[in-house]
Write a protein that binds this ligand. Structure first.
Ligand SMILES: [Zn+2]
Length: 246
């Protein structure tokens, strides 16, 4: 797998995964489908300016209701009309705001969109949606396992702590790549992320939800250290915001 600018490692699976900073990723698949994971670009201080525009978005996934994960969902969904995959409560919220093509689902389910499979899995986090000074109930936070055209599976954990049923996600879906939060404070720390990796058994880990604000103290080097300590073999692919695995 290679990151634009810096060599990381080579995977040659025909997709490009760009970290837009914080918990947001743009995935372009072998079949030229664009998936936006957790749409937060405009107000995202970590998102490089040249990464804030899109040619198209075929699918948008939303892990939970917090503004730093779905702050641009309404605007981008209205502009690009992607299939928007989320829990039922976020679907209701978006529908009320005039977003079409929502695909409500819940944990354990799998839906197909743009020829890709999206499985909703558990996460341990909160999910209130801020709307005009009020907090609207946003259902439960979740993660997604995305199965690409060639069968490669990418697990986007969203915001979560480590939990023992990650072993079940590993058993059921055997993700090749895990996008894991490591920033601490609002999500897993590097130590928790290493325990998560032990259960999930991915080949590669892309750290997310770190470095956006000084309060998020976890780093990829701390994760590497913890993986070594715990004897977990996964390789850490540390992207900088705007970098692409291709
Ligand atoms: Zn959150």
């Amino acid at each position: 797998m290679a990151a634009k600018g810096t060599h990381v490692t080579t995977l040659n699976r025909g997709f490009a995964l760009t970290w837009l900073g914080h918990g947001t990723f743009r995935l372009v698949t072998r079949g030229a489908k664009t998936v936006l994971l957790d749409p937060w670009v405009e107000g995202n201080p970590a998102c490089p300016k040249d990464q804030k525009t899109f040619d198209k978005i075929d699918v948008m996934t939303i892990t939970h209701g917090h503004g730093d994960h779905m702050g641009d969902a309404v605007t981008l969904a209205k502009k690009f009309k992607p299939a928007v995959i989320s829990n039922y409560e976020i679907h209701q919220f978006l529908s009320k705001k005039g977003v079409a093509n929502t695909m409500p689902m819940n944990k354990g389910g799998t839906v197909e969109a743009a020829g890709l499979k999206f499985t909703m899995v558990h996460a341990l986090h909160s999910s209130g949606i801020e709307d005009g000074g009020q907090v609207v109930y946003g259902g439960e936070a979740c993660g997604f396992v995305i199965t690409l055209e060639d069968g490669t599976r990418i697990y986007h954990a969203g915001d979560t702590s480590a939990f023992s049923d990650m072993a079940l996600i590993g058993e059921l879906y055997a993700p090749d790549i895990a996008l894991l939060p490591i920033g601490d404070l609002f999500t897993m720390s590097p130590r928790e992320a290493a325990v998560a990796a032990r259960m999930l058994k991915p080949k590669w880990i892309v750290p997310e939800h770190w470095g956006t604000f000084p309060a998020l103290t976890g780093t990829p080097d701390m994760l590497r250290e913890e993986l070594k300590k715990q004897g977990v073999a996964a390789e850490v692919v540390a992207l900088r915001p705007g970098e692409t695995l291709s």
